[in-house]
Design a binder for this molecule. Structure first.
Ligand SMILES: NC(=O)c1ccc[n+]([C@@H]2O[C@H](COP(=O)([O-])OP(=O)(O)OC[C@H]3O[C@@H](n4cnc5c(N)ncnc54)[C@H](O)[C@@H]3O)[C@@H](O)[C@H]2O)c1
Ligand SMILES: Cc1ncc(C=O)c(C(=O)O)c1O
Length: 307
């Protein structure tokens, strides 16, 4: 049974994950290579705990989060390590090498990778049968769905253990049956994002209007009626007719869009740098994050039938 968990990497995702796991009664140690990230994570943890309170998620037992700047201390005696460092195989492999001699051979090692196949990652760890994908969605303390992915060498029992852990703390595991790049959530999201970026880049629509169209036309609906159910709601005959002429016209670019390369090349990364598709002052960012958390909490409570 999993009781003690180490989170390695405390950037965008780590603090919210730590807060949610602790709320589920688990003992969490949290480590980052950057001292500034640990300090930021302490504040983010408090914010995430406030959101969990607003969601009405009661503490299941005496879960804790302990921060440390010592990786050996972070992973000592844990049942599960969740690797949560940047989406780069070399950086992830360095973490696996660093923990390999510090953990027992049956300690489960999960990666929160957004889409690097687990089969590729498990080439960098001894005992690859205990490595598994555990892909959370951002913000991780609010979104309940977590994908679980086994690689070629993952023992089926490990996939089941992680699925059961997620379920046991009241979250929603989805087991992905094949280790395809991007798994399922990001394959669907990136198909949408590729088309959205293309439409803005070609001047078909302004960025603000694209968001209004997708959020109110598709997003609002899709939270209640998933894509497979939507096909039935629209009618498969309609889908057949529209897709017969539209599919061939959709973006099928295999590289990164020039607009994205231009912005990232100019360090316009979005909220984290103050500018991306839109601009953000620090005050606006704070207000926006609070507003988004409030709305996501309200929507989730309704979707769960709690209001
Ligand atoms: N951002 C998202 O929306 C999102 C959602 C789901 C999954 N993910 C995935 O989760 C992982 C982390 O993403 P993120 O957005 O939190 O990244 P991030 O860049 O915000 O944070 C990564 C953290 O890892 C730390 N780090 C780097 N090297 C390290 C090392 N050797 N040891 C310990 N810490 C180290 C960095 O200091 C940083 O604080 C990635 O694989 C990403 O693809 C991201
Ligand atoms: C753009 C983008 N890319 C990856 C992920 C998750 O892996 C997310 C998300 O969780 O929201 C995302 O928005």
């Amino acid at each position: 049974m999993i009781q003690r968990i180490a989170i390695i990497g405390l950037g965008t995702m780590g603090p919210g994950m730590a807060a949610r796991l602790a709320r589920g009664g688990l003992q969490v140690t949290a480590y980052d290579v950057a001292p500034a990230a640990i300090e930021r994570a302490r504040t983010m943890l408090g914010t995430a705990e406030g959101v969990l309170d607003a969601l009405g998620i009661a503490a299941a037992g005496a879960g804790t989060v302990r921060f440390t700047d010592d990786i050996a201390e972070a992973v000592a005696g844990v049942d599960l390590v969740i690797e949560n460092v940047p989406e780069n195989i070399a950086i992830k492999a360095e973490v696996y090498r660093a923990i390999d001699g510090l953990i027992a051979s049956d300690t489960i090692v999960a990666s929160d990778t957004s889409g690097i196949p687990i089969t590729q990652l498990q080439a960098h760890i001894s005992h690859p049968e205990r490595m598994v994908g555990m892909h959370w969605s951002n913000p991780p303390h609010i979104i309940p769905m977590i994908e679980v992915i086994g690689g070629e060498k993952t023992a089926p029992q490990i996939v089941e253990t992680i699925r059961d852990l997620i379920r046991s703390i009241g979250l929603l595991p989805v087991v992905v049956k094949k280790d395809v790049p991007g798994f399922v959530e990001n394959r669907v999201l990136y198909a949408l994002l590729r088309e959205a970026v293309d439409l803005v880049e070609r001047g078909v629509i302004e960025p603000e209007d694209l968001d209004t169209c997708v959020s109110w036309g598709i997003g609002y609906k899709i939270a209640v009626v998933g894509p497979m159910a939507l096909l039935d709601m629209a009618g498969l005959d309609i889908y057949k007719s529209v897709s017969s002429f539209l599919n061939a016209d959709l973006s099928n670019r295999g590289d990164v869009a020039p607009m994205v390369l231009e912005k990232t090349g100019a360090s316009k990364l979005g909220i984290k740098s103050g500018e991306g598709m839109f601009s953000y002052t620090p005050e606006q960012t704070k207000a926006l994050q609070a507003e988004r958390a409030r709305k996501l909490v309200a929507v989730r409570r309704i979707l769960e039938g709690r209001e």
